[in-house]
Write a protein that binds this ligand. Structure first.
Ligand SMILES: NC(=O)c1ccc[n+]([C@@H]2O[C@H](COP(=O)([O-])OP(=O)(O)OC[C@H]3O[C@@H](n4cnc5c(N)ncnc54)[C@H](OP(=O)(O)O)[C@@H]3O)[C@@H](O)[C@H]2O)c1
Length: 391
């Protein structure tokens, strides 16, 4: 039938390729399976036994809830760039989402309190070798396949996507991180003003480095809080001062530790995927958009994202702020060729803890460095009497 209306056509439901159905990827799969209006979901992973079982659970769990998702498993190993490129050509998804990484981020939580706290002082950046290699391989496959769709990434996008940007391999953007902070502030601001949540809007520029200050309920000295830019609006009115936004940002908001967090990140991921599939743009937040360091407000819709203009802050100012902030994640700088220089204090903590000594990380060395880091960490944990979960 011929269309007669002048409204923009609704985009066709996107086909999604989700790689790495572990804790986070598996949770994203469960939530996507329960969304109507999406296309087929192909789940890429190394192990057909585990992967098929996850697909089966998501399919019948969603069916039990009244949905009818189209989900299937695809054997895929990101270590093999050529085979991944071939899979991208064959599957030709609209949206590619990766949560594939070499080791889950929360394993340090399993250490005894004293060692956990000490390693925590090194900050998250030193674990970059574990989160970079598979996304690097994926983006090499994306280039080889001349894949033009959306690529969303979960592994440490504030830094990984910036490194990839330096190599001209930037994914579209990341998920989570500052977008996990925004709903906390929005909720508390609505409560403080006794205003409906729907009237409240938050604009945030922040790096992953800010999350411990926001969620760990530590009363950190002011000098230990990374710089950020925060505004809160009620409708069109700036109420940042009225709600005492900085106080809200840093006020206690206890969350369960470890993998349960996946529900928060998965919420951010699904909302972004829905926005990208919609006809109108939505104002959201994402880390590592277009290869930039840290996180920014973005406009997402019609199969693309762009940076949202920020009242009171230029784009260059936002990037500079995130570059200052990444120091609080243990990262001194990211050089023009993608080499990451870590802060001396962070390097020293890992060197003393288990003899891992890495001041500079070149992207092409990340996979070998990851193997060494994981082996040394596993040995350290076992000396402390902690057995890390095997996959
Ligand atoms: N941006 C955020 O806000 C946010 C929040 C939470 C987590 N994260 C990040 O998300 C990532 C995943 O975390 P997680 O807790 O879900 O970890 P996880 O449970 O260990 O899952 C990792 C996944 O990667 C897969 N994988 C490993 N090697 C692979 C390969 N060569 N090819 C394809 N897949 C491979 C694993 O599959 P197998 O079953 O084959 O081993 C598994 O499905 C981490 O980088 C974490 O830091 C980000």
């Amino acid at each position: 039938m011929m269309k007669t209306s002048m409204t923009a056509p609704t985009p066709k439901p996107p086909k999604i390729l989700l790689i790495g159905p572990g804790e986070l990827g598996g949770t994203v799969l469960e939530l996507l399976a329960r969304q109507d209006g999406l296309g087929p979901i192909v789940v890429g992973g190394r192990d057909p036994g585990r992967g098929e079982a996850r697909c089966n659970l998501a399919r019948i769990g969603a069916m039990a809830q009244g949905h009818a998702p189209d989900i299937r498993f695809l054997k895929l190993n990101l270590r093999d760039v050529a085979a991944t490129a071939e899979a991208l050509r064959r599957e030709s998804p609209d949206i590619l989402f990766t949560a594939a990484t070499l080791q889950a981020w929360w394993l340090t939580d399993l250490l005894p309190e004293q060692e956990r706290a000490w390693l925590g002082r090194a900050r998250f950046g030193v674990w970059l070798p574990i989160h970079l290699p598979l996304t690097l391989n994926l983006m090499q496959a994306v280039r080889a396949a001349q894949f033009k769709g959306i690529v969303l990434t979960a592994p440490f996008p504030d830094v990984v996507n910036c490194v990839l940007g330096r190599l001209d391999l930037a994914p579209t953007c990341g998920v989570g991180n500052l977008d996990e902070i925004v709903p906390k502030v929005r909720h508390l601001a609505a409560e403080r003003l006794r205003a409906p949540l729907a009237e409240m809007r938050v604009v945030l520029v922040a790096h992953h480095a800010l999350e411990p200050a926001v969620f760990a309920a530590l009363a950190l000295p002011a000098g230990d809080i990374p710089p950020y830019f925060l505004r809160v609006y009620r409708g069109a009115e700036d109420v940042t001062a009225d709600v005492r936004a900085d106080e809200l940002l840093l006020s206690p908001y206890p969350l369960p530790p470890g993998p349960a967090w996946s529900f928060l990140t998965a919420g951010s991921t699904v909302r972004l995927i829905r926005a990208l599939s919609a006809g109108d743009e939505a104002l959201l937040h994402a880390p590592g958009p277009l290869g930039l360091p840290g996180g920014y407000p973005i406009l997402a819709g019609r199969g693309a994202i762009r940076l949202a203009p920020i009242e009171g802050l230029s784009q260059a100012g936002a990037v500079a702020l995130n570059e200052r902030s990444q120091m609080f994640d243990g990262i001194e700088r990211i050089e023009a060729d993608g080499t990451v220089v870590f802060r001396g204090e962070s390097v020293e903590i890992l060197r003393q803890a288990f003899g891992y000594d890495c001041q500079r990380l070149r992207p092409d060395e990340a996979a070998a460095r990851a193997t060494e880091l994981m082996a040394r960490f596993k040995d350290y944990a076992s000396r402390l009497g902690v057995r890390l979960p095997e996959r």
